[in-house]
Design a protein around this ligand. Structure first.
Ligand SMILES: Nc1ncnc2c1ncn2[C@@H]1O[C@H](COP(=O)(O)OP(=O)(O)OP(=O)(O)O)[C@@H](O)[C@H]1O
Ligand SMILES: Nc1ccn([C@@H]2O[C@H](COP(=O)(O)O)[C@@H](O)[C@H]2O)c(=O)n1
Length: 236
């Protein structure tokens, strides 16, 4: 089911960003949202938080029925302020915990369950419509195609796998390159069975950051938004 959040319907300009693991979706989207004065929604955090909740309550992740049942006690909250990011499940702050490798290793098992995707997409729809800012940058795997296919700006953010790996490795302080490579490509392989985030759908702009530094990539996203959404540009 597609959820449409066009400017005309809700007064919120959606910038939809998809891409593979480590392509820069969260860091680039967050920085672009700050520059634009927009809200920022990290949809992967919800899948990660549900995986955390399932592990915390000893749910069998190989049972789709058990995973669906776990949605009932899943009290999820995320900040949409790109300057103050945070994720909670009930009273627990899970902002750091959901980034742990034990979560990355199992999150695809959660994401492949259609009822989970439907439930979370409805939740995302409510967050987008009520974000309280003129626009929102929403990033994930199926934002350009399922969550906001009518968004005025839709971007597929990519980078060569070797570059994504070396950036992630630098971020984690030189963690074992081989283990990282295996985990990142295994996750992309699993996730690709559910949604296609490796090829741009019709009307989606591919932004390849392989040869761009971080600031150049953020500039490119902001420029794409300015081309389509009428916003005041800051004086330089
Ligand atoms: N153009 C770029 N140049 C250099 N480093 C970059 C660039 N884009 C992103 N990075 C860095 O790459 C790393 C991975 O980026 P990020 O975590 O945003 O990716 P992601 O797509 O959200 O990953 P995941 O899907 O695994 O959560 C971060 O350390 C980020 O700062
Ligand atoms: N729209 C989305 C977003 C995420 N997923 C799943 O969540 C995992 C974690 O996402 P990150 O962006 O934080 O890496 C990802 O591996 C997918 O399994 C999704 O299915 N759809």
């Amino acid at each position: 089911m597609a959820v449409n959040y066009e400017t005309a319907d809700h007064g919120v300009s959606v910038v939809a960003v998809d891409g593979p693991a480590g392509s820069g979706k969260s860091s680039v989207s967050k920085a672009a949202a700050r520059r634009l004065g927009f809200a920022y929604l990290d949809t992967g955090a919800a899948y990660r938080a549900l995986a955390w909740h399932a592990l915390d309550t000893a749910i069998d992740l190989d049972s789709a029925d058990a995973v669906v049942a776990s949605l009932h006690g899943f009290a999820y909250a995320i900040s949409l302020d790109p300057a103050d990011y945070g994720v909670r499940v009930g009273a627990t702050d899970v902002t750091e915990a959901i980034r742990e490798p034990r979560i990355s290793e199992v999150v695809s098992k959660i994401a492949r369950v259609p009822e989970v995707r439907g439930h979370l997409n409805t939740l995302f729809g409510g967050l987008i419509a009520g974000c309280g800012r003129p626009g929102i940058v929403v990033e994930g795997r199926d934002i350009t195609t399922v969550v906001a296919p009518e968004a005025p700006v839709r971007i597929l953010l990519t980078a060569d796998e070797a570059v994504r790996l070396s950036r992630r490795s630098a971020e984690l302080g030189g963690a074992s390159a081989e283990a990282l490579a295996q985990q990142l490509s295994a996750r992309d392989r699993q996730d690709s069975k559910v949604v296609d985030f490796m090829t741009a759908a019709d009307g989606v702009t591919t932004l390849d950051s392989t040869h761009l530094d971080f600031d150049q990539t953020v500039d490119a996203v902001v420029e794409l938004v300015h081309r389509v959404v009428p916003l005041e540009r800051p004086q330089s």
